[in-house]
Design a protein around this ligand. Structure first.
Ligand code: CA
Length: 251
């Protein structure tokens, strides 16, 4: 088993960061000039834009992280924006704002069956886009919960709240005992590092000397089942036979 220390302090801090992260917005637009304008405007406004140029890439991105909202160009190289929208709806209920270049498209969005949350006609001002994004998020009440939603983004399934002594996993607050909280927090300090039962006991128990070694296993088992209840397919805690436990490193 290879022990992989964290590459640098910044990535470690990002991993266990408690402060809320910016709301991720998916931009699907094949024209770089337009996309770059959007990326810049949204970043400046405190969002975390992710830009993809095709429908296929957009769907792949959605498989990797949760977005609070998507901005979707109707005219994409590989798929019609409306068809992409329908595919996206099958995997996410996030709101969508369409970017349209032709008035005929507007008619379709406004008048027909498309369940878009808003649309913006090209050319547009970046400020207008940010304002629309804010409005849609506020309307849907997603802005408030975005911090929790962000916990499930990409490589950071855990968010530690030191003050409340709580840890969220994939956006879900975990109901942990004191020992479980300390165990998980210890593992989170250095993902990939293997902690022996002895080390974990020293960190998590008030009186480790009066505890039996196997109780670590029992608490880890309990902790695991709580994590599995949130995300059954994600084995966050790894067992190292005869050694101890580690937290899975971010992909
Ligand atoms: Ca286009």
């Amino acid at each position: 088993m290879l022990l992989r220390p964290f590459g640098n302090i910044a990535s470690l801090q990002a991993y266990i960061a408690a402060p809320p992260m910016p709301t991720p917005i998916l931009i699907v637009e094949d024209e770089p000039a337009i996309a770059e304008t959007l990326v810049y405007a949204l970043s400046t406004d405190g969002y975390a834009p992710v830009w993809r140029t095709t429908g296929r890439e957009a769907l792949a991105a959605m498989g990797n992280m949760d977005f609070a909202l998507a901005i979707l160009d109707v005219g994409l190289p590989d798929i019609n924006g409306f068809d992409l929208f329908r595919q996206m709806q099958r995997i996410s209920d996030m709101p969508v704002i369409f970017l349209t270049a032709r008035s005929g498209e507007v008619d379709r969005i406004v008048g027909l069956e498309i369940g878009a949350d808003d649309y913006i006609s090209k050319p547009f001002s970046p400020r207008e886009v940010c304002a629309r994004v804010r409005t849609v998020l506020r309307r849907l009440g997603k802005a408030e919960s975005s911090a929790a939603r962000n916990a499930s983004t990409a490589n950071q399934p855990f968010v530690v709240d030191d003050e409340k002594k709580s840890i969220a996993y994939h956006g879900m607050p975990l109901d942990l005992s004191k020992i479980e909280y300390r165990l998980l927090k210890t593992l989170l300090e250095r993902p990939g590092r293997v902690y022996s039962r002895e080390e974990l006991m020293q960190k998590a128990w008030d009186h480790p000397e009066s505890s039996l070694d196997r109780t670590v296993d029992a608490h880890i088992k309990q902790l695991r089942s709580k994590l599995k209840a949130v995300r059954a397919d994600d084995d966050a805690i790894q067992t190292h036979r005869g050694i101890g436990y580690s937290l899975k490193t971010p992909a």
